[in-house]
Design a protein around this ligand. Structure first.
Ligand code: ATP
Length: 230
């Protein structure tokens, strides 16, 4: 089956800092694909490149086997940084604003999205009254507008309490069960073990290995490197 995303030889430097060094891997359709590595290993740089926010110095990548096709962008939803939601607006109105600005999806999408992220019961409450976990679920909801086939998340459970973490992980599994392919950066080995089907491990910008989680994590040397995360 055609990979959802295929990267070949991606490199990126910031001045003297080599953030990514000749990274290649493929994301299979239907996978929950973890990009695992400690802080500074190049995860955000990688996600920014595949979302066309940053340009790689060398190498190339293609989504859905179609290099450079602008039509592919609509099939990808992303959450890299928390969106600038309005604190005094409700969830439903915040999503209306996001939908209008981004042009992704239709106003009818909003109820469906709120249901998916389990915020329907609080859809008319002000954003400022939400817990951190609820705010993050709304941010994932914004990424779901337009019903994209692929979702790209950067450290989606960062900064949340254990309940919030569990809810986001359950939501990711649910989205996967609905048939979406999910690419997510994480610095937590146990998160990748619990949530992901596949993983690429980065260390100082270099790919150590990539493959199915159970196979990759059966290698004790790799587990040692990954578990050394802060
Ligand atoms: P974190 O989880 O801390 O964000 P990361 O794995 O996502 O880490 P990146 O943020 O991609 O890693 O950073 C990779 C390397 O590139 C690090 O050494 C970082 O300091 C450096 N870097 C990232 N962005 C910039 C930038 N805008 N200018 C200079 N150096 C940068």
């Amino acid at each position: 089956m055609e990979p959802i995303l295929s990267l070949q030889g991606i490199s990126k430097s910031y001045g003297p800092i080599r953030a990514l060094n000749d990274v290649s891997f493929q994301v299979p359709p239907g996978s929950v694909f973890g990009i695992l590595g400690p802080n500074g290993s190049g995860k955000t740089t990688m996600l920014s490149i595949i979302l066309d926010i940053l340009k790689a110095d060398s190498g190339n990548f293609s989504w859905f086997g179609q290099p450079g096709s602008p039509a592919t962008r609509k099939r990808i939803g992303s959450l890299l940084e928390t969106p600038n939601f309005y604190h005094y607006l409700s969830a439903v109105n915040n999503l209306k604003v996001t939908q209008a600005i981004s042009g992704r999806g239709t106003p009818e999408d909003i109820e469906r999205v709120l249901e998916t992220v389990k915020l329907s019961h609080r859809k008319n409450s002000r954003f400022s009254s939400y817990s951190l976990g609820m705010k993050q679920r709304l941010a994932i909801g914004a990424a779901l507008l337009g019903n994209p086939q692929v979702l790209v998340f950067d450290e989606p459970t960062n900064g949340l309490d254990p309940v919030g973490i569990a809810e986001i992980r359950a939501l990711i599994k649910e989205l996967s069960a609905q048939g979406k392919t999910i690419i997510m950066a994480s610095h937590l080995l146990d998160e990748v073990e619990k949530v992901c089907t596949h993983v690429a491990i980065l260390k100082k910008g270099t790919l150590l290995t990539a493959g199915q989680v159970d196979e990759v994590l059966a290698n004790e040397d790799i587990v040692e490197v990954s578990a050394a995360n802060p």
